[in-house]
Design a binder for this molecule. Structure first.
Ligand SMILES: Cc1ncc(COP(=O)(O)O)c(C=O)c1O
Length: 410
């Protein structure tokens, strides 16, 4: 996947870089694009959702109020106020925390990386959902850990299968996980949400087998139906949950500001280890923007825009897909997860889909090892409702042609 020629200095790369530079499929998705095709592969917000004018006015009033302090190391009062904004919002979602339990980051990716730096040693075992966010897989690979995929079903992580796996490992003297990474709300890529009883069971297992839970929740506030289960962090009485979050999906990816909620003793180490992760100007900007309920109003508007897109995608799939294809029906977030009929390989079919006028991400991208060959992730977040319909029509045509080719071969 590394497109550039070596300059003869590769031997100076760290061992980790040398081991991972050619193996990682992360970034492969960027090449899945075509000017003519509807990009259902992109898990990006739709551009009109960005609060351009609001951010400009927040920036103006930030400078009016703080002057040069807004740009100095550490920033001014608004930058200082962001942890308090985060604490208040966390309390609204049932997490009783203080600013000493908040570590600010450059987005959720940097939050996950900080947790990795702080807790993982080469040879440790990390459990992830199978499938899971490919960006997290890429990070875990950088730490020389063994990544094990855990089974999922229509309600997220299958906690009883996890219990069996842990028990079997313990009995066999095999490695137990140090950390389990989960995306409990509107999971990337499947769109499913973990119910409360499973969250409780997961925590029970984490205590029994002494591992950390890394809860990644970038989409939790983008809910279009139903009630929100409590965050895992809110249910955890043992302090072993590290919760990563971000403003990338509720403000814009370009602000790339996120945070961790965790025990104070963990946060002290995150502050030390993640040196330089202090985007003070952006912190001030977001704190100013979030004032007066602006962020909450923006989230409500985002939910309207995304709900319309989600509905259009589900309607279009129901109307157009040939029999044999199934898909998840998410209550929020950005993604729908498809399973194609027996015999269809999503990665092999992709060039035909692109010719037909649509892109998607093959399911195999989201697995630590094998899996997902018949699956695809479709994103309804980036394209207009009409574009979604067009993309699904192209996909349905491709699947129909592929399914009849498979039948003819049988
Ligand atoms: C599950 C998950 N975690 C983290 C991220 C990245 O968040 P950020 O842009 O804040 O780094 C994404 C976005 O694609 C995601 O889907």
């Amino acid at each position: 996947m590394n497109g550039s020629e070596s300059n003869g200095l590769d031997h100076l790369f760290s061992e980790t870089v040398r081991e991972t530079m050619n193996a990682s499929v992360y970034g492969a998705w960027r090449s899945i694009r075509d000017a003519e095709a509807v990009p259902l592969s992109f898990g990006f917000p739709y551009p009109e959702s960005f609060p351009n004018e609001e951010l400009v006015s927040a920036a103006e009033s930030l400078f009016e109020y703080e002057g040069d302090r807004a740009l100095q190391y550490g920033g001014g009062e608004y930058a200082d106020a962001l942890p308090e904004v985060i604490v208040e919002r966390a309390r609204d979602r049932g997490m009783d925390c203080t600013t000493s339990q908040i570590h600010l980051t450059n987005g959720a990716t940097n939050a996950i990386d900080t947790a990795c730096q702080t807790f993982l040693d080469p040879g440790d075992t990390v459990f992830v959902e199978a499938p899971t966010f490919m960006g997290a897989l890429r990070l875990f690979r950088n730490y020389g850990v063994d990544i094990e995929g855990c089974e999922m079903d229509a309600h997220g992580l299958d906690v009883e299968a996890l219990a069996d796996e842990l028990e079997a490992r313990e009995a066999a003297g095999a490695a137990l996980p140090k950390l389990l990474y989960t995306i409990p709300n509107f999971h990337n890529p499947t769109g499913v949400t973990l119910p409360e009883d499973r969250r409780e069971r997961l925590l029970e297992l984490a205590e029994t087998y002494d591992f950390l839970v890394l809860e990644d929740d970038p989409y939790g506030q983008l809910r279009y139906d139903g009630a929100e289960p409590p965050p895992i962090r809110a249910l955890d009485g043992s302090g072993r949950t590290i919760r990563a979050n971000t403003f990338s999906k509720t403000v814009a990816p370009g602000v790339r500001t996120g945070w961790i909620v965790a025990e104070e003793s963990f946060v002290e180490q995150f502050d030390r280890i993640n040196a330089g992760g202090e985007p003070s100007y952006t912190r001030g900007l977001i704190a100013r923007y979030a004032e007066d309920g602006r962020l909450d109003r923006a989230i409500e508007e985002l939910c309207v825009g995304y709900r319309e897109r989600r509905d259009r995608m589900l309607e279009s799939l129901a109307e157009r897909m040939p029999p044999g294809t199934t898909w998840s029906e998410p209550d929020g977030g950005f993604f729908v997860w498809l399973e194609f009929p027996e015999g269809i390989d999503a990665e092999e079919m992709l060039p035909d889909a692109i010719d037909e006028g649509v892109t998607y991400l093959p399911g195999s991208f989201f697995y630590a090892d094998e899996g997902g060959t018949r699956n695809a992730r479709l994103s309804f977040s980036h394209v207009s409702p009409a574009g979604i319909d067009e993309g699904i029509a192209a996909l349905a045509t491709t699947v129909r042609a592929e399914a009849s080719a498979v039948e003819a071969d049988d």
